[in-house]
Write a protein that binds this ligand. Structure first.
Ligand SMILES: Nc1ncnc2c1ncn2[C@@H]1O[C@H](COP(=O)(O)OP(=O)(O)OP(=O)(O)O)[C@@H](O)[C@H]1O
Length: 248
């Protein structure tokens, strides 16, 4: 297996001292890999990814990026370390144009060619390019999510982390967002996402982790978990994933 880029090891985290929501959860992601964190409501998935991003206090455990410890880095410095996070909500400025949203995101790191990078991203997200002067608040849910992802990518992060990128989207838009994530993975970025939409996420992920009550309950290749009858019955709504050639 490729050497992992991001490693979060035995993370214990929560919002109040002494009250752990995440209880020794671990995950790793290699460059060019998509890893999805699944699990029941309230299992601590969002808390886990936010703790890795430095947005929720960690009580113990370590986070390393390419072998460098980054666990004590404050959230606003994570971008400079190569780790970008797309929150579930309020991830774009609704009253600013697409172009201004991207320019503002580019200001997060001094020394990057913001205009050049925006043009590269417009080539990658043609829908955004076409509507560059539109206010972000007027975009569809899927396009707004694409803009949030583009904002995160402007600094060319090594790791892209997303908290439920498909939340509130129609199945068609979920497919569009996930196809775009698969395309981003092909550029070598490591992608870690939390999802409720387990089936769709497993169809693009390489590996998956099922978090239950704050710790790793199941993990493995996405296709293996999707096909596991116990995992399917408990966490994926009962049926096995439809695979080409699979026996119904
Ligand atoms: N800001 C907060 N302050 C205090 N407790 C919180 C906060 N956010 C979440 N929690 C609590 O942490 C627990 C885990 O929540 P979390 O959002 O991490 O779960 P989740 O697995 O992502 O759930 P879901 O799939 O429903 O989004 C819940 O009991 C929740 O009430």
């Amino acid at each position: 297996m490729t050497e992992p880029l991001l490693v979060a090891d035995r993370i214990v985290a929560g919002y109040e001292p002494g009250l752990a929501i995440v209880k020794e959860a671990s995950v790793s992601v290699a460059g060019g890999e998509i890893v999805v964190v699944l699990g029941p409501n309230g299992a601590g998935k969002s808390t886990f990814i936010k703790a890795i991003a430095g947005l929720v206090p960690k009580f113990s455990g370590s986070v390393t990026l390419a072998g460098r410890p980054i666990g004590d880095t404050p959230a606003h410095r994570m971008v400079a370390q190569g780790l970008a996070f797309v929150p579930q909500t309020e991830n774009v400025f609704a009253l600013m144009t697409i172009d201004d949203n991207l320019k503002l995101a580019g200001g997060a790191l001094p020394g990057i060619d913001v205009r050049g990078r925006i043009d590269e991203l417009y080539a990658f997200f043609p829908d955004l390019a076409r509507q560059r002067r539109l206010l972000a608040g007027r975009l569809s849910g899927g396009q707004r999510q694409m803009l949030a992802v583009a904002r995160a990518l402007i600094v060319s992060p090594a790791v892209l982390m997303l908290d439920e990128p498909s939340a509130g989207l129609s199945p068609k838009l979920v497919e569009m967002v996930f196809e775009q994530l698969a395309a981003i993975r092909r550029t070598g970025v490591a992608i870690l996402l939390v999802e409720q939409n387990a089936r769709a996420a497993l169809s693009i992920a390489d590996r998956a982790l099922i978090l239950v009550e704050g710790h790793n309950a199941h993990e493995g290749p996405a296709a293996t978990l999707a096909d596991d009858p116990v995992v399917a019955a408990l966490y994926l709504g009962g049926n096995r994933a439809a695979r080409p050639g699979a026996t119904p």
